[in-house]
Design a protein around this ligand. Structure first.
Ligand code: TNX
Length: 606
């Protein structure tokens, strides 16, 4: 490539487009994207803003400018929506549009932020930690009383019911055995209540009320076995018992597959990691402004158009993609397979179709859903123009009904997530059909309608905290993300609440304030110890209203999976322990020791 984009952040955003080729360039524009959004009101020096849609920016050089070989065009962006704090927030992909309309890729340099250094990637080292009772378990069980040790088995003689677990084990630990026809026998027994107990002796026993508890017992046995194999400080007990049950019913992981597309193999790997951590709810954020990933038979345009970003397409390149079309979607069959795989591992998939906000991609695919008489532009927090479905448009109600009919058909689980976050207050201010009606009231009417539909289907509505006014506390669960006080308040209003607090459990937040750490910091930064130590139950008058906890992976900066790996592992495990283990039984040093043995993100993807 002969064009290179240099950048640096000093409070203003400095760029230099360097021509390393042999030909001069004139009459071109430059496009780039990355997490951060240019503020058009903050001014630009030596360039003119041509177009900005969220983090997509197109600028032109001054009139008559010629970029000669060996020379650079330097310009300065006066301001952005949220000041940059980490290198990953800056421009990550760029290209030039030539006068005839052809595009030319541009190599993008790392953005410096004033601190010397280089990107911090690779696994977080938590140190050796402390081993307790010769075991390394995450999450730590409710009761552990084991004694003695025996030669580490090569595997076990397993009942048929262990087939899904054997599949899990083999996927996570290639070449390592869990089953062995010459090993000790594992018996399955029955006990009442949630969880399981695992007894050690000449034979091993897992007692549980149901398949879920039996599977959890197998996970614990698998972790005991691997620790005995791989950590010289650990042992395989000769006798004793682990008796265990989770603190919370909802132990979730949210993945945003709209901002970046994840291959099926990656989703499968993430499910396997969840199962190993006894996480049991996979919240799949299937739609957003940047893409629509759920195949809808009634509206093929949603994925024909809405699943792809690229130069000249209705959705421009965003969040690290170049001029060429990039994206993907999941067919209904893909998702049915994923649901079945997850079910075998004790995980329920909760699909989210985010309405009415965050719908730029849907509206790009189906412009007929807009109120044609709308005049002004309303910008969303992430700087998308007019990204909210307008409930006053009759076609919107029909759209929502048909889409959710198909969602209900593909996902058999109890919970369906309807989004409901971040609808701008002025969303439909210039819509004649909305005729000056209050945006909050309009949004509430749409969500109320959807909630009733889901209830008729026997489902529970899940939504972000902002959706409360439309949904009401019955047959609903809300995810509190902005602050912990909101979680406590919603619970006091009678809602079932999941704590998914951005400050600690948004895994896209950086681990530390350093510029060279990847991630965002708009909600703060969250070291592993903070994610581990946060207590979600503080302040709840009725603890029964706290349904559980959830880690959220927002994918704006995850185009580079090395960034994903550093941010998610082992913080995800820290949240898993917060969801399972009683607060008084938690200990970070013990967690640190056990975290060393946990599965990670495979190099080169899932
Ligand atoms: C807020 S959290 C959002 C998402 C972003 C996230 C991280 C929530 C319900 N909405 O749209 O991805 O911040 O940047």
């Amino acid at each position: 490539m002969t064009l290179r984009l240099e950048q640096a952040w000093t409070g203003q955003w400095h760029f230099g487009l360097v021509n390393e080729g042999a030909a001069a360039l004139a009459g071109f524009t430059l496009c780039w994207n990355g997490h951060c959004k240019v503020d058009p009101a903050a001014g630009i020096e030596h360039a003119r803003l041509v177009r900005r849609v969220s983090n997509f920016t197109e600028v032109a050089p001054p009139e008559g400018f010629v970029l000669r070989p060996g020379a650079a065009w330097r310009f300065v962006i006066g301001g952005v929506n949220v000041p940059l704090r980490h290198w990953t927030e800056a421009a990550r992909a760029a290209y030039v549009v030539l006068p005839g309309g052809a595009t030319m890729d541009v190599t993008v340099g790392l953005c410096g932020g004033g601190e010397a250094g280089e990107p911090i990637l690779g696994a977080v080292d938590l140190g050796e930690g402390r081993i307790e009772q010769g075991l390394a378990l995450v999450p730590w069980p409710a009761h552990v009383a084991v004694a003695g040790s025996r030669a580490v088995p090569d595997g076990f003689v397993l009942p048929d019911a262990a087939a899904d677990f054997i599949d899990l084990f083999q996927r996570l630990f290639h070449g390592e055995a869990f089953a062995d026809p010459a090993g000790p026998v594992l018996r399955r027994a029955v006990r009442s209540g949630p969880g399981y107990s695992l007894g050690f002796g000449a034979e091993l026993t897992i007692a549980a009320a149901d398949a879920e508890g039996f599977f959890q017992g197998l996970v614990t046995l698998g972790q005991v076995l691997r620790a005995a194999r791989h950590d010289p400080r650990c042992r395989f007990p000769a006798s004793g018992e682990i008796a265990d049950a989770p603190r919370f019913d909802w132990r979730g992981l949210h993945l945003d597959v709209a901002r970046q597309f994840y291959a099926m193999a990656e989703l499968e790997h993430l499910l396997a990691v969840m199962a190993w951590l006894k996480l049991n709810r996979f919240h799949l954020h299937l739609t957003d402004d940047e893409a629509w990933r759920f195949e809808v038979k009634a509206y093929p345009a949603l994925t024909d158009i809405g699943a792809w970003r690229g130069h000249g397409l209705p959705i421009p390149p965003l969040l690290g993609s170049g001029a060429a079309a990039r994206g993907g979607f999941y067919t209904q069959d893909d998702l049915r397979r994923l649901v079945a795989l997850a079910a075998g591992w004790g995980i329920e998939i909760i699909p989210e179709i985010d309405v009415p906000g965050h719908c730029f991609a849907a509206l790009a695919a189906l412009p007929g859903l807009r109120d044609a008489g709308e005049t002004g532009i309303c910008w969303s927090v992430q700087a998308f123009p007019d990204n909210a479905l307008n409930p006053a448009v009759p076609a919107v109600m029909e759209f929502v009904e048909l889409v959710f009919d198909e969602v209900l058909d593909v996902f058999p689980g109890r919970f369906i997530h309807v989004g409901g976050d971040e609808v701008p207050v002025e969303a439909w201010a210039s819509s004649p059909l909305a005729a000056g009606r209050d945006a909050a009231a309009l949004q509430a009417s749409l969500l109320r309608h959807l909630h009733a539909r889901l209830r008729r289907a026997g489902r529970i509505t899940a939504a972000w905290e902002e959706a409360a006014p439309g949904i009401g506390p019955d047959a609903a669960v809300l995810m509190a993300w902005q602050d912990h006080a909101a979680a406590v308040r919603l619970a006091a209003e009678g809602y079932n609440v999941i704590v998914a607090l951005a400050q600690v459990w948004y895994l896209n937040m950086a681990l530390a304030p350093d510029w060279w750490e990847p991630g965002a910091s708009w909600a703060g930064y969250s070291p592993v110890a903070a994610a581990y130590g946060f207590e979600p139950g503080t302040g709840f008058a009725d603890p029964a209203r706290l349904a559980g906890v959830q880690a959220c992976i927002w994918s704006e900066q995850m185009a580079d999976r090395r960034v994903f790996a550093r941010l998610v592992f082992p913080r995800l495990a820290a949240v898993a322990e917060a969801g399972w283990t009683a607060p008084g039984a938690k200990e970070f040093a013990r967690f640190a020791a056990a975290a060393r043995l946990l599965p990670v993100w495979p190099e080169g993807g899932g």
